[in-house]
Design a protein around this ligand. Sequence first.
Ligand SMILES: Nc1ncnc2c1ncn2[C@@H]1O[C@H](COP(=O)(O)OP(=O)(O)OP(=O)(O)O)[C@@H](O)[C@H]1O
Ligand SMILES: [Mg+2]
Length: 475
Amino acid sequence: MYFDFTLEEINTRNGILDKLLDTAFDAAVIIDENGHFIHCSRGSLELTNLKREEVIGQHYSCIDAKSPFESVLNTGKHQTGVMVVINGRKCMTNLFPIISDGKVIGVIGVVLFRNLNNLKNILANMTKSTESQFKDIYDVLARVDSNYTFNDYIGKSSVVKNMLEECRMASKTLYPVLIIGETGTGKEILASGFHSENMKAVTPFVKINCTAIPDDLLESELFGYEKGAFTGAVAAKKGKFELAAGGTVLLDEIGDMNLRLQSKLLRVLEEKEYERIGGNKLLPLNARIIASTNRNLKELCGQGKFRQDLYYRLNTIEIKVPPLRARKEDIPILVKHFIDKGQLNISFSDESLETLYQYNWPGNVRELRNVVNRLSVNYNNKQVSPDNILRIIEPDLNLYHHNSDSTFPQNKLNQMAIGSSFEAHEKQLIINTLENCSYNISSAAKELKICRSTLYNKIKRYGITLDKAVKVREN
Ligand SMILES: Nc1ncnc2c1ncn2[C@@H]1O[C@H](COP(=O)(O)OP(=O)(O)OP(=O)(O)O)[C@@H](O)[C@H]1O
Ligand SMILES: [Mg+2]
């Protein structure tokens, strides 16, 4: 990934580049080919507590000696997820070379407090306005790989070893891949791993979440459209299949795709060709398709909600990702991984690891990561005790009490109303939380400690509507 700007463009202030850097990133800087700062966004000045005149013209080593600007300048290769401390704050940064006519003419360094998906969401919103000047840049960003390889999938248990072996073998082919597993089990890491494994050059990795996008929009996002294809299509737009040319498309949460679009997708997979909406030119499908889901597709087929023929098309290679409770022996190594990766200052005694071991982890590795991160905030520089852990995990039991095979706080589990199914309980909890959060999905997701798309998924699955939620409140 690199930025394709000319020397003149990077030296032009208050243009699109500056606007993008100012709006899309919490902080951003540009250095020239000699390592001198030529631009710093408002956010970067706030973050460093420096004045613009103190930064511009300075060599990066005077301000941020640890950032790998030099290696990006020398190699022309981007570096992502670089952890640096800026003004005492731990930040994640990405560094991208600016390449013009094949020559590295500078580096853009951006600070991401959140993850790349948040950034993409911001840009996706900006590109919704049809006259947006950010469209092309979003297209570039939409293609950024999450950069995972199979080595990033942490686990030593035999079930993980076997699965990774299967993935490595399968990645040598270009058949579609279906990745099935519960939420937070690392399906996206594996999908990205499939993409990276055979990558000889930088090729696009384009992801689309079939749950988070309304059905009609999903179609135009996938296939793209021609100018005038429908009201509002004032300019042609490339779809994800086109953007992913030469690379990979990840169809995330495929189980939520509607039947009409499933038929269209099946045709694309069979004919290896498709058209933009409103277009009549056949475009070749030149990307590997990976689909992932946490739903039981076989069951959905039985219920007539998922096309069996599409299922058989997609599952030429089927990877079943184990839940964390089926590989608890990996917990210590995962905990160590999250501590190292986040440069966290906490440690776990054998006793506290045992507590982690006894929980059933319905949110899987993502939940474990969140628990470790939360512990590191609350108990920085300390050894975590079992009590510390229980304090964090216990509230979640309200949401996750279906882990009845767990030996973990059984007394808490028994307090749950006997006979009330997990689903009913979860649905009610979601309705209550939505109510408490005035139906703000983001706040509710935060409160429930799940991601927005998971919450959308559940709202859809349980058929929760605002009306229903209001009725429950009235009763
Ligand atoms: N095996 C693993 N090794 C290291 N980290 C992992 C692993 N599995 C999951 N994670 C962590 O959990 C997070 C969530 O993983 P990922 O997004 O791949 O899950 P998912 O299966 O796609 O979940 P969902 O169905 O909710 O989308 C990752 O960002 C990573 O931090
Ligand atoms: Mg996912």
